[in-house]
Structures are given as C-alpha cells and as structure tokens.
Design a protein. Sequence first.
Length: 268
Amino acid sequence: MTSHKFIENTSEYLHKIASQALVIIPVGSVEQHGPHLPVGSDSYNVQQIAEMAAEKTQNKMILVAPTLWYGSSHHHLGFGGCMSLGGKTLLAVLCDLGNSLVTGGVKKIFFLNGHGGNRFMLREAAKELVNEYNNDVIIGSSDYWEIAREALADIKIKTPGHAGSFETALQMARDEKLVDYDAIKHLINGTKPDSKDYQYRIISQAERDQLRFQSLRSRGNINRKDAFVKAGGISEVPEFATRELGEQILTIVVDEVAKFFVEFWEHS
C-alpha cells in the first residue's frame, strides 16, 4: 500500500518512483501567536494544507515529506515559547534536506512555506540547489497563501497577517480546542486578564499599524527590533475569525495548492 505521506512508504518504493515524484517539504515555525493561539500554528496549518492538497490531487507521485517545524523566528524571541533557527542554519538545513532527496534520485522538490519569516531562505535554498545540480532538478518555493492569493481576494480580511482573523479562523477550523476564546474577547474589548505575568500589550490597531510601518512595507522590506513585542504580538485583533470562515479559507487554499502541485509536477 502506498501513501501521499513520504514517511509512510518503504525505501524500496520511494527509490522506484524517485525520478517521477514531486516531494513537498512543508516549513513552519514554533513562535508566539498572540495570547489565543498555539505556538505551533504555522506548522500545523502548512502541514494540514500540504497533506490535504496532495490527497486531493489523487496523484501518487506527489509526496509530502515530514514538516520542518522550526523556522526563522528570531523576531519573536521577545516572547516566550519561541524555538528559532538562524537564517544561515535554516538555509543549511533546507539544502541538506534537498541534497538528500536529490542523492536518492528525486528530480522535483517544492518547499511549501507556512511562516513569512522563512520566505527568503526557502527561495535561496531552491536557487542554491538548482545551481548545484544545473538542469537535473526543478526546485521551487512559495507561501501557501501566495499560491491562493487570487482565489482568496473575496475574503475581506488581512491575509495572512499574524495571529489575526485569517490564522485564527484556520485554527478554529483545524482544532478549536487549541484556541483560547477568552483571550480573543480580551483582545477585542481592549482589556487585560487578571494576571501579573500577562505579556501581551493591548494597543489600538492604528498604533499597531504605525509600529509595523504599514505605509512603507508595501515599498520595501522594513525591519524594526522587537516590532511584534511593541505591537502586542499580533498583526490585528482577530475579531472576524469564525470556524465557518476558517473552513472556507481552508477549502479555497487546499483547492489552489492542489492545482499548483499538479502543475508543478507536470512541468519539465
């Protein structure tokens, strides 16, 4: 019996199909996602999307490797619960994983990103691997929300944001038990729970936007130390998040990513 999950197959089978296969490597993060979401949100989401999309293709040559849970999250170290790889380390890990697959005969690899902070390292890893192997391999990368950007245009919320309505709705659809609804109420009402160690700042959206250089970010890559700490750990209050919205987003994203996987696999 074969599976879309790379690790559920035998080495003999994987060796047999290697040259015809497309291997998807989901990459996430372990970092704060506000006071209401688990630190593994990015990894949970990208793993589910990759696996559901691969299943939807019904193409046994499209395989999903184990998710790389750790990403580039040093900009979240001001909070607790962050486990981050430096940019150079992440790049080295991605290249090592790619090299392992190519050595085993794989010709097509795609890094599916679930965390914005990983984006540039995934692109660089794909470029380095292709340069190393010349025309023998095809390697790409993208954020799942960028693949689905056009199809998500009618959903009038920030996409994807950070721990805002988009990611909160996805988590509600994936596993509501890991959502702290009381914390969401505090964020919406602008109040703090009765806790001495509450680390999240309650600020207005206008103040948050100013801290994150909203008017400049569209024209360049602007960084500021401890921006997420100063901005309360989130891009916006998740006031529009519902399970129904999350299910709608998940359906759209999975459909678009599945189509993308097939197109990438067919490319030569």
